[in-house]
Design a binder for this molecule. Structure first.
Ligand code: AMP
Ligand code: MG
Length: 304
């Protein structure tokens, strides 16, 4: 299917105004909390392996194979190595060449941005509390500054109450995906789902094997996943064990593993908030392509 020209949609101006307010509020909030803003990495020898399959996005530069960034998770861990640096964020563009069957999900793009955050020595509770306050702050600002735009879009937005509800996937009788879908549809406020079995860098409990100290924030009204994050695995032995368990090729991560083997990685927790998905939620749009003039939807032909 061809890309629609959302560029000329009458809703684009109110949506961009809402997006501007939201991004400013998110970064203001982190600045106030003494986070350092770092610039994005877009090319590297290593990137996030992800826990689902996407097409390769690599380029060759002077004989060296470089990956387009899928997420900056590994770079966030590396950036926290110096003792003096403890709280960072990046407005990070990601390329994920998702399979065409994601077109109808309404929430996948092949090029998107996440607000990627990491805090040294933090545990999940601390990060989750920060994320809740940040999201509430941004929604409050949008309601204050963009009431006219929200009205133009016919969007009734609630300011969520904290603390958000927390579910643990070990209590679900259905699959985590089915539970997420169902709960998101039923919910009127954002909520958390803990404990997803996924990438090697999410911390697995040291005694309860298969229990992961990670979390997803889910938007209500059926809008689905907002943010994924975790306490991080930082010990070389554990990283190698989990990479092997996942059938990963360790040679592909040589530079990262070299650093990890020198015990340089520090404990941290963090997460990434999808910006386009946040704006889609704020604007109350059903398909993520409706909120960006240059949205690239999996499976659709790209024009601009
Ligand atoms: P992840 O760590 O893979 O969960 O990515 C972090 C966040 O980025 C997710 O929680 C989503 O909000 C957002 N995100 C992930 N993949 C996509 C995609 N293909 N298109 C748009 N947003 C995405
Ligand atoms: Mg996720």
């Amino acid at each position: 299917m061809k890309q629609k020209l959302t560029l000329i949609s009458k809703d684009m101006l109110p949506i961009l105004k809402i997006q501007s307010t939201a991004i400013k509020a998110l970064t203001d909030f982190l600045d106030k909390n003494e986070f350092l803003q770092m610039m994005p990495v877009m090319l590297s020898t290593v990137t996030d392996p992800l826990c689902h399959s996407v097409y390769d996005a690599k380029i060759n530069y002077l004989g060296q194979e470089l990956q387009l960034t899928k997420s900056m998770i590994l770079h966030k861990q590396l950036a926290l190595i110096p003792d003096e640096i403890s709280k960072i964020y990046i407005m990070s563009p990601n390329i994920r060449l998702e399979k065409a069957n994601c077109e109808s999900s309404g929430r996948h793009l092949i090029e998107f941005s996440q607000l990627d955050i990491e805090m040294k020595k933090a545990r999940k509770k601390e990060f989750m509390q920060l994320a809740e306050e940040m999201v509430v702050y941004a929604i409050t600002k949008v309601k204050e500054k963009n009431s006219k735009e929200l009205e133009q879009l016919g969007r009734k937005l609630q300011i969520p109450k904290t603390p958000f509800k927390v579910y643990d996937s070990k209590d679900f009788k259905e699959s985590i995906n089915d539970a997420e879908k169902r709960l998101s549809k039923e919910a009127t406020e954002p909520f958390w789902i803990l404990n997803h079995k996924r990438e090697f860098y999410d911390m697995e409990d040291k005694t309860e094997k298969g229990y992961y100290h990670n979390y997803d924030l889910i938007w209500p009204e059926g809008f689905g996943e907002a943010l994924s994050g975790a306490e991080r695995e930082f010990e070389f032995k554990e990283i190698v064990r989990k990479m092997k368990e996942r059938g990963m090729n360790l040679e592909d991560y040589e530079s990262y593993l070299n650093v990890a083997s020198k015990k340089l990685l520090k404990p941290s927790a963090g997460g990434g908030l999808g910006i386009e998905r946040f704006v889609r939620y704020l604007a109350g749009k059903r398909h993520i392509s409706e909120i960006s003039p240059f949205a690239k939807v999996p499976g659709r032909k790209i024009t601009f």
